[in-house]
Design a protein around this ligand. Structure first.
Ligand SMILES: NC(=O)c1ccc[n+]([C@@H]2O[C@H](COP(=O)([O-])OP(=O)(O)OC[C@H]3O[C@@H](n4cnc5c(N)ncnc54)[C@H](OP(=O)(O)O)[C@@H]3O)[C@@H](O)[C@H]2O)c1
Length: 332
C-alpha cells in the first residue's frame, strides 16, 4: 500500500514535471519560436522580438479586416511586440488588436500608450488604463508608455500613478515617449528617490534619415540600460526601397501625400547603392542599421499589408561590419 502510494506520487511528480516542461516549451515557442528572429530583453524581464509591429495604421488607414490580416502575419512571422496607443484610430487600434489576438494574446507583449490628449495626471492614468485593458481584452499591459510629456503634471504624480498600476498587476513595465534626455534623467531620479518603477523604454523618432536622438536621448538611456523603441524607422516608407526619384510612385501610400527633399533623395540613393553592392536591400539596411545602434530594443515599423510585415520581420538580420557602418555614416 505504502509502496503503491509512493509509486503513485512518483508517477504524479513525473507527469507534473513533463507537463510543466511541455508548458514551458510551448510558452517559449509561443513567445518567439519562429526561427531566425532575434530577441532582446530590457528591465530584467521584458523580452521582445527585435522587429516589432507599429500599429498606428489600425483603425485609421486600415479597417478591421485588413488590420487582422497584418496582425496575424506578424504573429506568424515571429513578431512578439505590438506597439499601439489609446489614441490611435480613437481606440480602434487597441480594439482591433484585442479582437484579432484572441488566445494568441499570450504569444506577444503589448505596448500601449496614454496621455496624447488629456494630460498624464493620476486620475487620467487610472481611467486610461482601464479603457486600454478593456479594448485590448487583456488583464495586463506589458509596457505602458506615457505618449508625450505633460507640462501641466509633475512627473512624480505620473510615476506614482504608474507605480500603483504595476503594484495592482495591471501593468508589467512602464516607458516614456517623446521625452528629451533631460526629462528621462529627471524621471529616473524621481523614480529612484521614491523607489517607484522607473521607465525601462524610451520611444522617439529614429531612422537613417533622422538621428537627432543620438545627441540627447540615447546617452540618457544608457546608464540604466533603457531600451529604445525607434518610431518612424522607415521614414514613413521612404526607406522601404519602393520609391525612386523621378519614377512614378505606388499609389495610395502614406508617403504619396508628402514631398521628399533633394537632400533626402541623395541620402536614400547613396544608402540603396551601398546595400545593393552588398547584395542587400535598402529595407534590410534600414532595419539592420537601427538594430546595430546602442540601446535598441525593437524596431517597431508599421505596415499596411501582410506581405510588408513578412518582409520586415526578416529584414534585421544583416550583421553590419565596422566598414559598413562607416560607409553608411558618410551619407547620414
Ligand atoms: N510615440 C509616438 O509619438 C509615435 C509617433 C509615430 C509612430 N509611433 C509608433 O511607431 C510605429 C512606426 O512608425 P510608423 O508606422 O508611423 O512609420 P514607419 O515605420 O517609418 O513607416 C511605416 C509605413 O511604411 C510602409 N511600409 C512598411 N513596411 C514596408 C515594406 N516592407 N515595404 C514597403 N512599404 C512598407 C507602410 O506604409 P504604406 O504602405 O502606406 O507605404 C507603413 O505604414 C507606429 O506604427 C507607432 O506604433 C509612435
Amino acid at each position: 500500500m505504502q509502496q503503491d502510494a509512493g509509486e503513485k506520487t512518483t508517477l504524479y511528480q513525473t507527469v507534473s514535471t513533463v507537463r510543466c516542461v511541455a508548458w514551458c516549451i510551448l510558452r517559449a515557442a509561443a513567445m518567439g519560436g519562429v526561427r531566425g528572429m532575434e530577441f532582446r530583453t530590457v528591465g530584467g524581464g521584458l523580452r521582445v522580438s527585435l522587429v516589432g509591429l507599429g500599429c498606428n495604421n489600425f483603425g485609421r488607414r486600415l479597417g478591421e479586416r485588413e488590420s487582422r490580416a497584418v496582425i496575424h502575419a506578424a504573429l506568424d512571422a515571429g513578431i512578439t511586440l505590438f506597439d499601439t496607443a489609446d489614441s490611435y484610430g480613437g481606440g480602434r487600434s487597441e480594439k482591433f488588436i484585442g479582437k484579432a489576438l484572441g488566445a494568441r494574446r499570450r504569444e506577444i507583449a503589448i505596448a500601449t500608450k496614454f496621455g496624447w490628449s488629456g494630460g498624464a495626471g493620476p486620475r487620467k492614468v487610472a481611467r486610461a488604463v482601464e479603457g486600454s485593458l478593456k479594448r485590448l481584452r487583456t488583464d495586463v499591459i506589458d509596457l505602458y508608455q506615457i505618449h508625450r510629456p505633460d507640462p501641466a503634471t509633475p512627473i512624480a504624480d505620473t510615476l506614482e500613478a504608474l507605480d500603483r498600476l504595476v503594484d495592482q498587476g495591471k501593468v508589467r513595465f512602464v516607458g516614456c515617449s517623446n521625452f528629451s534626455g533631460a526629462q528621462i534623467a529627471e524621471a529616473r531620479a524621481v523614480a529612484d528617490a521614491h523607489d517607484w518603477c522607473a521607465f525601462v523604454t524610451a520611444q522617439n523618432p529614429y531612422s537613417l534619415l533622422d538621428r537627432a536622438i543620438e545627441d540627447d536621448v540615447v546617452p540618457a538611456c544608457a546608464p540604466d540600460g533603457m531600451g529604445i523603441l525607434p518610431y518612424y524607422p522607415l521614414a514613413n516608407g521612404l526607406l522601404s526601397g519602393k520609391y525612386r526619384r523621378g519614377a512614378p510612385w505606388p499609389g495610395g501610400t502614406r508617403l504619396s501625400q508628402w514631398r521628399v527633399s533633394d537632400f533626402e533623395w541623395e541620402v536614400v540613393e547613396g544608402l540603396a547603392a551601398h546595400a545593393e553592392a552588398a547584395g542587400r536591400s535598402l529595407l534590410e539596411l534600414a532595419f539592420s542599421w537601427l538594430a546595430a545602434q546602442p540601446g535598441i530594443l525593437s524596431v517597431i515599423a508599421g505596415a499596411t499589408t501582410p506581405e510588408q510585415v513578412a518582409r520586415n520581420a526578416g529584414a534585421a538580420g544583416w550583421r553590419l561590419t565596422e566598414a559598413d557602418l562607416a560607409e553608411v555614416g558618410r551619407f547620414v
